[in-house]
Design a binder for this molecule. Structure first.
Ligand code: ZN
Length: 594
């Protein structure tokens, strides 16, 4: 294997990689956006169906024309933030995108007004391909403010509510903690400390949790203040925008309804016993009488880490997709063949992993740091699931219908992980290996479905407490946090006392205009487990169904997509199907003990 194979080839995104030529493309992108504004601003209200179609198609053509250049800049920077050319191009692309955003912001506002006055347009056959896109705009209309008020909101947030988010981020990135590592006391930044949470040294995991949360708890006055301000701002904006509940904004953004999310969360509550059963099993596998909070996502001690080379990983992942569907396997393989994956580990590269859809190329680009661990193979399968989703949706849909919301966006990726699990289990040679694979799947499931649910319950209880007139000081918030947590874990896990301050470090609670951001993770996890259950039941007959779901992109709501599969996602019965699959995995893990 050459290292070359692990480095992506971004040149395919642009006609010419000369920085000056890319800068020229970015400049013409802004000019074109301004031209669209000059043509349409103030005139959308007078459009008929054909005219509106022309505008929407023009917007899509715009996306396809300039997507490559903008992507080239941001991906070049993600791959190496120390490179001067990358820095300049990334800056230029961000500036240009912002200018485009400002120039074209009027479209949604004016289209919204047009639709509110002429609702028949939404179902006009001429606009059939854009129907759901228009429905989404229409759903936001009753909550829009005047153009001046919207501009004022942006200014208010910039100097007001966003400051809390900035402060929280700055605090975490500038704090240092004293901790004993290998017999020596060292002073380390937060980013290093959280790396110890996954250490195989149990005492180190405990110490890392202890010092971090002790440090965070010391500033509880600050965090409680911040949280009160964020909540109060949100409630104020809900009143101004006429949102009936604190969750409405998020429901609209995620294209779902209250009943669906209520059934989802009720299913979680009903099944905490199942998750606790897994946690007790994990304790047994780790040789512990009882799990502490720092063991919940820790690796199983007795399992040796198996190394996977890049070609081995490619083979396992491509075979996993191919076993499901030949075409999906071929797309996954093409990602390697065309060098659309950056796996090399290097300094200056963005940490974590992501997949960026490339609609014009009907493909995608994936970035990850491949360290030859099983986790890296899973990351690859996950990101390639996003890529396959992009391949199939970009072939079937207009760009406007490829903006898949968070509830559905993880369908290809989590499903891909389950296909890989099947593949790895079929090749596993030892019981320990089987246990590691199953525990990995169940840890992920437990985190996304249950741990994240505790955060949803916490956020719900915050607003309920405010409604009842409670003053949210640090201790009150901590009590709400531990109550939400205990609803999930019961007495299956022992918590360090300082873990009551865990809420203080979750960035999401401080983000402006981003309330209730957690439940889509729960949704996605359980939705895909339900799909996988269906695949187990129906075999090959299920394959075209999943492909149709992925090919729909954002042209249909999650509820409509579920209905096409014969599911009513507003019912608890549907979500139980996902739980059933989790139970199958837990049973398999339990069997390894006999
Ligand atoms: Zn993902």
């Amino acid at each position: 294997m050459t290292v070359e194979e692990m480095i992506w080839d971004l040149s395919q995104l642009v006609e010419n990689t000369d920085p000056a030529s890319i800068q020229r493309t970015l400049a013409s992108m802004v000019t074109e956006a301004e031209r669209i504004r000059d043509t349409y601003h103030g005139k959308i209200g007078g459009l008929h169906a054909e005219g509106l179609l022309k505008l929407l198609e023009l917007k899509d053509t715009f996306t396809l024309t300039f997507e490559g250049a903008a992507m080239y800049c941001s991906l070049l920077y993600a791959a190496d933030s120390t490179c001067d050319v990358a820095k300049q191009l990334n800056d230029a692309a961000r500036r240009a995108s912002m200018q485009v955003g400002q120039a074209l912001a009027f479209i949604d506002l004016e289209v919204g007004t047009l639709l509110a006055e002429n609702r028949a347009l939404v179902t006009d056959p001429v606009l059939a391909e854009y129907q759901h896109y228009l429905e989404m705009i229409l759903r936001r209309v009753p909550h829009m403010l005047s153009e001046t008020a919207e501009q004022l909101t942006i200014v208010k947030d910039k100097n007001g509510i966003r400051a809390w988010q900035q402060l929280q981020g700055d605090w975490l990135s500038t704090r240092a903690f004293d901790i004993e590592v290998e017999g020596e006391t060292r002073t380390l930044p937060y980013g290093k400390l959280i790396g110890f949470y996954q250490s195989s040294d149990r005492n180190l995991r405990r110490r890392a949790n202890q010092v971090v949360y002790e440090g965070l708890g010391r500033d509880e006055i600050l965090w409680a203040s911040a949280l009160r301000a964020v909540c109060a701002d949100h409630l104020q904006m809900c009143a101004l925008r006429k949102y009936p509940t604190p969750m409405t904004q998020s429901l609209i953004a995620n294209d779902v309804d209250q009943q669906t999310i209520d059934s989802l969360m009720a299913t979680i509550e009903k099944n905490v016993g199942l998750y606790r059963r897994y946690l007790r099993l994990k304790a047994t596998l780790m040789g512990l009488p009882h799990l502490a909070n720092y063991d919940v996502v820790a690796p199983l001690l007795h399992v040796p880490e198996k190394d996977y080379s890049w070609p081995q990983s490619r083979k396992a992942v491509v075979e996993a997709y191919r076993g499901f569907d030949e075409e999906m396997g071929a797309w996954a393989d093409e990602m390697f063949e065309k060098r659309h994956i950056d796996g090399e580990v290097r300094t200056g590269k963005r940490s974590g992993a992501f997949c960026a859809s490339w609609l014009a190329g009907k493909s995608a680009y994936v970035l990850q740091s491949f360290n030859e661990r099983m986790g890296d193979v899973y990351t690859q399968a996950h990101e390639l699931g996003h890529a396959v989703h992009a391949y199939i949706a970009s072939r079937a849909q207009k760009p406007s219908n490829c903006e898949v919301g968070s509830c559905i966006a993880e369908c290809g990726s989590i499903f891909g992980e389950l296909l890989l699990t099947e593949q790895l289990l079929s090749k596993a040679e030892t019981t320990a290996e089987r246990q590691a694979i199953l525990a990995n799947v169940l840890d992920e499931f437990g985190m996304a479905a249950f741990q994240v649910s505790a955060r949803v319950f916490f956020e719900q209880s915050l607003y309920a407490a405010i409604e009842q007139g409670a003053f949210l000081d640090g201790d009150t918030v901590a009590a709400l946090w531990t109550a939400a947590r205990d609803k999930i874990y019961g007495d299956t896990v022992t918590w360090l006392d300082v873990m009551k301050w865990e809420w203080t470090m979750k960035p999401h609670y401080y983000l402006s205009n981003y309330r209730f951001y957690n439940y889509p993770y729960v949704f996605a996890q359980l939705f895909v487990f339900a799909l996988y259950r269906l695949y187990q039941e129906q075999g090959a007959a299920f394959v075209p169904k999943l492909k149709r779901l992925l090919a729909a992109g954002s042209s249909k709501s999650p509820r409509a997509l579920g209905a096409e599969l014969g599911f009513d996602i507003t019912s608890v019965a549907f979500w139980e199907k996902g739980m059933k699959q989790a139970e199958v995995f837990i049973n398999m893990l339990e069997e390894t003990l006999h």
